[in-house]
Design a protein around this ligand. Structure first.
Ligand code: BG6
Length: 489
């Protein structure tokens, strides 16, 4: 435990404790925080769900999740300490008279109550009402909610209003787990702590920027959720737009939450809306068909378990984004994200402008532009691609593309790279709002996403098929080819 800081212990209540997010991400991240000695000794974790379970069964389930994800790396001493924090309560979240049980468990005097809403958004109103009526909340209590917050601007406003009726804005932590990823945070350092980038980060020097979030996984048994959501809302509305705002924002005054939010909102407000007239030129939707990942054959989207075989939901999106402001005028951002792509890869590639004249034409007919490649996951790191002279004393000057390569795992060998959820859960437990989303940011993002969804809705086009294990439909390549560019290989 960090002895220099004195944080209050918490009662972390997870609503939907038996669900996917809780068992696959939250409990694992909490165990890892325990292992790193970052949980306050008196913090407790209370799982809530509608099924009958004894505490011991919940503990068993947590252990099984750890085994599934961490294999045989579980440290039994750490596990003993961690499991002693766990308990379980059966509450049907739609039944107001069941919330009183929280009274017997929550200790509002010496602990902060942290309410993690790990359930579908339609239950948020009920939980807020239940908590309000049973009187367990106080000014210190916090609530955490997950993206996607809503389905569009209208539903997002409804959810935010319902939550605001019970929690003040400074008690609400809106999570996007990408904001907890080490490499996303490193964007702040890269841009605002290095003068070579602060002074070369606009339309004068940059040609265009690509952001790729490619996933190898399919929809992982979540057809019902995913089919109503689609890749645009599931990934682009939040994760990719968050990365985009970090890349494009003006320098914040400081690292306070409000300063960062202000700058991000300005970027989101400057996104050029996509209309019925432009949608076909600047967006591509795709849906995966049967294909191969590594050597394994995997089913297409319409053959997934529980699939609606008529579905026209997109599992891939590529978009040309224009930011209508002074800094980025004329610099397109190309965003793409898809499921069942060739391999998992999240990266930002900044293409600098071509030089106006080439004095090395004998060796290189056309000088390739410098590139800054930021690998967010896996293999976190930063590379700069540049040209160097090949050593030699005879003949012409020969150039070769080389890389300045900063691999995080090589450079920071002794440091563990924490997962997004670990970082963010810790920040919630410590009450630090910097890495969370503001209501305005989310609503601004929805305004832009709704413009795309509306334009798609009015078009007769359907997503274009792409075989699993590829980089999406050919139309995604054409999107860049039309502008004389291509995706980073
Ligand atoms: C989640 C989406 O927010 O992010 C999933 O709902 C997606 O569909 C996941 O697979 C990707 O997260 P990561 O951290 O694996 O890139």
């Amino acid at each position: 435990m960090n002895k220099n800081r004195n944080f209050k212990p918490c009662d972390l209540v997870i609503y939907g404790a038996l669900g996917d997010l809780s068992t696959r991400k939250l409990l694992i991240s909490l165990y890892r925080l325990e292992k790193s000695d970052l949980l306050e000794p008196d913090t407790r974790i209370i799982g809530i769900d509608r099924h009958d379970k004894e505490d011991s069964e919940f503990v068993e389930l947590a252990y099984k999740s750890l085994q599934d994800f961490l294999k045989n790396t579980i440290d039994e001493t750490v596990w003993q300490r961690f499991s002693s924090r766990l308990s379980y309560l059966k509450i049907d979240l739609t039944q107001m008279d069941q919330y009183h049980q929280l009274h017997d468990v929550i200790d509002s005097k010496s602990r902060v109550m942290v309410n993690y809403f790990s359930v579908a958004p339609f239950l948020f109103k009920d939980i807020c009402r239940g908590l309000d009526q049973c009187g367990v909340l106080n000014d210190e209590s916090r609530m955490v909610m997950e993206k996607p917050i809503g389905h569009d601007l209208k539903s997002s406003i409804e959810i935010n209003d319902a939550v605001a009726g019970v929690f003040n804005d400074d008690q609400i932590f809106r999570i996007d787990h990408y904001l907890g990823k080490e490499t996303v945070l490193n964007l702040l350092a890269l841009r605002f702590a290095n003068s070579i980038f602060t002074t070369n980060w606009d339309h004068n020097t940059i040609d265009h920027i690509q952001i790729t979030v490619a996933e190898e996984v399919g929809i992982e048994g979540r057809f019902e959720y995913f089919d109503k959501t689609g890749q645009l809302r599931d990934m682009l509305q939040n994760h990719l737009l968050q990365i985009l705002t970090f890349v494009a924002m003006e320098p914040p005054v400081n690292l306070e939450a409000q300063s960062i939010h202000n700058e991000k909102i300005k970027v989101l407000a400057a996104l050029r809306p996509i209309t019925k007239c432009t949608v076909e030129d600047v967006t591509v939707r795709g849906q995966y068909t049967k294909g191969f990942l590594k050597a394994d054959e995997v089913p297409g989207y319409l053959e997934e378990e529980g699939a609606n075989t008529e579905s026209t939901t997109e599992s891939f999106v590529a978009i040309r984004v224009d930011i209508d402001n002074w800094r980025w005028a004329g610099v397109p951002f190309y965003l793409r994200t898809g499921k069942r792509m060739n391999y998992k890869r999240t990266e930002i590639v900044v293409y600098f402008k071509h030089l106006p004249h080439n004095i090395f034409a004998d060796s290189f007919r056309q000088l390739p532009p410098n590139k800054l490649i930021i690998h967010l996951q896996p293999n976190e790191g930063v590379e700069v691609e540049m040209l160097n002279k090949v050593p030699g004393i005879d003949g012409d000057i020969k150039l070769q593309k080389t890389k300045l390569d900063l691999s995080f795992s090589e450079t920071f060998k002794e440091k563990r790279i924490f997962g997004g959820y670990e970082k963010l859960i810790l920040e919630v437990l410590r009450g630090n709002p910097t890495l969370f989303l503001s209501r305005e940011e989310i609503e601004q993002a929805w305004t832009w996403i709704d413009s795309i969804q509306d334009a798609w809705g009015s078009s007769s086009d359907v997503p274009k098929p792409y075989p699993a294990g590829t980089w999406g439909p050919i139309a995604s390549d054409s999107l860049l080819a039309r502008d004389g560019r291509s995706w980073e290989g």
